[in-house]
Design a protein around this ligand. Structure first.
Ligand SMILES: [Zn+2]
Ligand SMILES: [Zn+2]
Length: 121
């Protein structure tokens, strides 16, 4: 069974996420959506919040770690991406969703790639 989740909302649209009871159901729904809407590449994931399954675009899955050395302007450890491509992908998502331009640069301590706010001079 699939239904609108009472607990989980899309961070992008604010609409309830669709939740599935099993991975098999979520996978079938993803397969259908990917065939129907060709620009989508949805993958099922198990939600930590509700324990059911949701679908998420594969290009949102940009795994990151925190850099043990570098800190951002807010004093928090910077996110570090394993490749320039992953960092750029994340920057593109943030640009689309928050209209913030971020620049990709390589960590000077060799801990992957970071994003920084573009200075507008
Ligand atoms: Zn959920
Ligand atoms: Zn760093």
């Amino acid at each position: 069974m699939s239904r609108n989740s009472p607990t989980c909302k899309s961070g992008k649209t604010g609409r309830p996420l669709t939740e599935y009871d099993t991975k098999a159901e979520a996978k079938a729904a993803a397969g259908y959506a990917n065939k129907t809407y060709r620009n989508n590449n949805l993958v099922p994931y198990k939600c930590k919040q509700c324990g059911f399954w949701h679908l998420s675009p594969a290009d949102r899955q940009t795994p990151s770690e925190t850099c043990p050395v570098c800190r951002g302007a807010d004093g928090k450890p910077k996110e570090s991406y394993s490749s320039q491509e992953n960092a750029q992908r994340r920057a593109d998502i943030i640009l689309k969703e928050q209209s913030v331009i971020l620049k990709v640069y390589e960590c000077e301590h060799g801990n992957g790639w970071h994003l920084t706010k573009q200075n507008i001079n």
